[in-house]
Design a protein around this ligand. Sequence first.
Ligand SMILES: NC(=O)c1ccc[n+]([C@@H]2O[C@H](COP(=O)([O-])OP(=O)(O)OC[C@H]3O[C@@H](n4cnc5c(N)ncnc54)[C@H](OP(=O)(O)O)[C@@H]3O)[C@@H](O)[C@H]2O)c1
Length: 313
Amino acid sequence: MKILLFGATGQLGTECRKVFQQAGWELLAPSRNQVDFSKPETVALAVERLRPQLVVNACAYTAVDRAESEPQLAGLVNGVSVGRLASACAALRIPTIHISTDYVFDGRAARPYRETSAVCPLNKYGHSKLQGEQLLRLYNRRHILLRTSWVFSAHGNNFVKTMIRLGEQRSELSVVGDQVGCPSYAGDLAVIIGHLVERYQRDWQLPWGTYHCSNAEPCSWYDFAQAVMAQAVVCGLLEQQPQLHEITSAEYPFVAARPAYSVLDCSKLETLLETPIPSWRRGLERVCADLAGAVRAAAQEVTRGGERPVTVK
Ligand SMILES: NC(=O)c1ccc[n+]([C@@H]2O[C@H](COP(=O)([O-])OP(=O)(O)OC[C@H]3O[C@@H](n4cnc5c(N)ncnc54)[C@H](OP(=O)(O)O)[C@@H]3O)[C@@H](O)[C@H]2O)c1
């Protein structure tokens, strides 16, 4: 199986690389220098030149607040280029697995969002991702569109790493408690994508369409922060938990508006996979263990005379 993976250096892309390499699939993973999603023509050219059997697009402009002042760039990367990717794939009959977001919803629902729920993004990032969804559906029927939420991993920038870093620096922290969603471990998402690829490899068909894909156990950012701090102490990343104060979104200087409730109903995907998606807690344990391992390795490096700082980066 020859897979073209975009966004291979990101949180999800990094985990996808591990899963695909373990499965022994041929992996083509161009860097941003080779294929720049702010230049849509480079995306189509890459597909035409590399002729993969499947495309997985984990590339995105993910800076939610910055997108408010860079809507054009976000629109090119998350919208226009996804359209070009989809039409290039369709012309060569290549299926596309693409990732989208819970931020296509406005958060006014009182129960988990289904794939058929009405979309209404509150911010520019959400609008750009919605444009990508629409163009993907328009141009390539053979697509799997996975909407996920609150992604974290040991790699890149995310809430878990930010909380641990702040926990090292401060004894008290304020965290928003009125936004509820589902944290999603990039490692679990990559395994799910791997199952879909395996299934496609078996019969060259997938039940195309949109699926929601996040870890189970909805919580607020405040609840999640509490779990992060507790696990960081267990793993020795923090000596003690900082005191957490629950605040409202109005009290935090977000640039972009965010949905108050963006829990995704993942039962359609669970039925397809014939297995429930686990809670984010196991992924959190894994990430804290990986970060603690990296800190230990850096400490050993320092005692051997290296100069790396012993902290979560
Ligand atoms: N992070 C979340 O909380 C979250 C929540 C819901 C949905 N999602 C979706 O999940 C998917 C994966 O997210 P993630 O957290 O893994 O993202 P990420 O860590 O921010 O990684 C984004 C990837 O896209 C690449 N990229 C960005 N702009 C590019 C450009 N102009 N040209 C080429 N490559 C570019 C980055 O390359 P560089 O390494 O060179 O920057 C990186 O490999 C995305 O579709 C995202 O919208 C994420």
